[in-house]
Design a protein around this ligand. Structure first.
Ligand code: CP
Length: 310
């Protein structure tokens, strides 16, 4: 496999392969000096046309821990500001010989186009509402770490499903690994054509919470104009927020997840985000090891990624 653009590129077998390899990189990350020479001589460039904290820093940390050279293209101070196209930008980076391009863009499909234009491996770090495959991989890893498996686990994804690339990649990944996924949202924040998704749908969070192993809260994406789709933030939180009171409906072993960044007090109460049921910081820590595994699989040439393409 040369690129990672969608969870569908991996299928169940491929996801399981990445998760197994991640175990080794979690061990590396816990060493006193968390660095191995696996990708010495390789170079990884991050090109983010949308803001990011976790994904960009996580990829850069992962590449450095593998001894790759890293380049951060800061779009705001690049020739993008002089009108340079995405194609010219990525072909310029490719001409400098980068081995991997990690791309985030507000438009769905851009990383797929980039993969047609460059020799480098391309990793989708989030394209519009479409996909965020490495977020899904780190979420699968975190659930497996805490619950042992995703098979037959009941996972509620709650909130702004319509605008969420995290939801799209996670629905694919969770269902490929055998979980039962329920989407919980107001009808205005659900996408059309849900009948093609392998999910149940509910508008009643209080009814769903007592039956889940995982409550996965999504950020209300105000940059994508969600506030016009709900009566008010206060009403949204009252009905769909994981408040402290509502979190008491969760079974004892259930965990709470969020991809970040959070709107504290909107979709998730600060007391819940900071409590023992939350694995949010573990998601971030696992993100580095998962991205080490992805970079290693794409760039090392040592291993063929086992994919079933399903
Ligand atoms: N989860 C995630 O993609 O966070 P960032 O936008 O900070 O990268």
């Amino acid at each position: 496999m040369k690129h990672l653009l969608s969870i569908a590129d991996l299928g169940r077998v491929g996801i399981e392969g990445v998760l197994r390899l991640t175990d080794s990189f979690v061990e590396v990350s816990e060493r006193r000096i968390p660095k191995v020479p696996a990708l010495r001589g390789k170079s990884v460039a991050t090109l983010f046309y949308e803001d990011s904290t976790r994904t960009r820093v996580s990829f850069e940390t992962a590449a450095k821990r593998l001894s790759a050279d890293t380049m951060t293209v800061t779009v705001g101070t690049s020739s993008v500001n002089k009108g340079e196209s995405v194609r010219d930008t990525v072909e310029t980076l490719d001409a400098m010989g980068v081995d991997a391009l990690v791309v985030r863009h507000a438009s769905a499909g851009v990383p797929f186009q980039v993969a047609n234009w460059v020799e480098a491996s391309v990793i989708n770090a989030g394209d519009g509402w479409h996909e965020h495959p490495t977020q899904a991989l780190l979420d699968c890893y975190t659930i497996s770490e805490r619950l042992g498996t995703l098979q037959d686990k009941r996972i509620a994804i709650v909130g702004d499903i319509k605008h969420s690339r995290v939801a799209r990649s996670n629905v694919l990944a969770f269902s490929l690994l055998g979980a039962e996924v329920t989407l919980v949202a107001p009808r205005t924040l659900l996408p059309p054509n849900l009948e093609r998704w392998p999910v149940e749908v509910s508008t009643d969070l209080d009814a769903v919470l007592p039956k889940v192993d995982v409550a996965y809260l999504l950020r209300l994406q105000s940059e994508r104009q969600t506030e016009a789709l709900i009566p008010s933030l206060r009403e949204y939180t009252a009905t769909f927020g994981l408040t402290r009171d509502r979190s008491r409906l969760l079974p004892g072993e259930a965990i709470v997840m969020h991809a970040g960044p959070m709107n504290r007090g909107v979709e998730l109460a600060p007391e819940v985000a900071d409590s023992d049921v939350s694995v949010i910081t573990r998601q971030v820590a696992n993100g580095v090891a998962v991205r080490m595994a992805v970079l290693y699989l794409l760039l090392s040439g040592d291993l063929e990624v086992p994919v079933d393409g399903s």
